[in-house]
Ligand binder design. Structure first.
Ligand code: SF4
Length: 357
């Protein structure tokens, strides 16, 4: 296994400083009262109807956006389900509450539709940590390898890939490729890549050195101490978390798989190692159960609030309302790039289809 180091700590530090300074200036939905939120929700629902638009929100967005998506006939989902949703709706406009790569993916899969986002500035440390030029050069140096990239990448990186996957499908796909003896380049999340390699035994796998700044913050020793306090709890972890966290978990899976486990497992209490936004859906589907956030790095953490993605937090009722009212923040992807990036995305969807058929 080879690990690349395309980013230095200082580059990440600069990005984190930018995010923090941006977030300090941006009002977030938690700053408005429930009454103000209700007024905005009514206005947004009306605008969605007028525009024949539908709101799709990721599990990591705030609870107000998730509930609005459900109340207005939209959808709350992980990135795989979000990618598929566009094909299943007659709406002319899809409003994606999430981060940039999710809006781009929606556009790539639905080039004929208008894709809007509450903000175009919400990105992702995985996307930022995998610049298309250096990644493409690396792929050129390893022409025998199947290039498998996570959905958390730019349209340019997707266009360079053979496969685009989400965490819900990554394990199955790499297992499939390994069974055919194919060498694999995996990018950009090193923790997910290491987990996949360990699970599949894929021997020839080159792993890019990217990471999610939210999941990286979960702390192993503090998790052990938390488990001592709650010995009856099961640990549910997203595979973007470090290996030492995953090794302690009863369930490792995508957001959808974690939610499913919380509903179906016999335990009444869970320690959850992923973004806190997921609690909205967990509490909705399993209100009788208790959910505790896995411990993070406290004050020293890179995120504004630990286990809370700063970029997901840029999506608010206020900027969603502004977007619809003033027709802002349309996601545009070059049509040629769209067609190139569509191929590995469609392969993922076809592969998923073949798995469930
Ligand atoms: S939670 Fe991590 S992987 Fe998800 S958008 Fe935020 S930085 Fe990216």
């Amino acid at each position: 296994m080879t690990i690349l180091n395309p980013n230095t700590e200082s580059e990440y530090a600069a990005e984190r400083t930018f995010v923090k300074s941006y977030l300090d200036r941006v009002p977030v939905s938690s700053a408005i009262s429930d009454a103000q939120a209700d007024v905005l929700k009514v206005k947004i629902k009306q605008l969605l109807a007028e525009r024949n638009a539908v709101l799709v929100a990721h599990y990591y967005t705030n609870a107000q956006l998730q509930s609005l998506a459900e109340e207005s006939g939209g959808f709350v989902a992980d990135s795989l389900e979000m990618a598929r949703f566009g094909n299943q709706t007659d709406a002319e406009t899809i409003v994606v509450a999430g981060v940039k790569f999710m809006g781009e993916t929606a556009k790539i899969l639905n080039p004929e539709k208008t894709i809007l986002m509450p903000t175009l500035e919400a990105t992702c440390s995985l996307d930022l940590g995998c610049p298309s030029e250096s990644f493409s050069a690396f792929c050129d140096d390893h022409p025998r390898h199947e290039v498998v990239v996570y959905a958390n990448t730019s349209a340019e990186v997707k266009a360079r890939a053979d496969w685009v996957v989400t965490s819900a499908i990554a394990l199955d796909l790499v297992e499939h490729l390994a069974s055919q003896g194919k060498p694999v380049i995996w990018a950009p999340d090193k923790h997910l890549g290491n987990y996949i390699q360990k699970q599949t035994g894929a021997e020839d796998m080159l792993i890019w050195d990217g990471a999610c700044i939210v999941h990286e913050e979960f702390k192993t020793r503090a998790l052990e101490q938390m488990l001592h306090l709650h010995p009856e709890a099961a640990i549910l972890a997203h595979p973007e978390s470090p290996m030492a966290i995953l090794e302690q978990a009863e369930v490792v899976g995508s957001t959808t798989q974690i939610i499913k486990a919380a509903c179906e497992r016999p335990e009444g209490k869970f320690i959850v190692a992923t973004d806190a936004g997921i609690f909205y859906k967990m509490k909705q589907l399993a209100p009788e159960k208790e959910f505790i956030l896995a411990p993070t790095a406290g004050e020293g953490a890179t995120c504004r609030s630990c286990a809370s993605c700063p970029w997901m937090g840029m999506n608010t009722l206020e900027n969603l309302h502004e977007t619809l009212l003033n027709n802002l923040n349309e996601v545009r992807v070059d049509p040629v790039l769209c067609r190139k990036a569509m191929l590995p995305l469609q392969r993922m969807l076809d592969f998923r289809q073949s798995q469930t058929a």
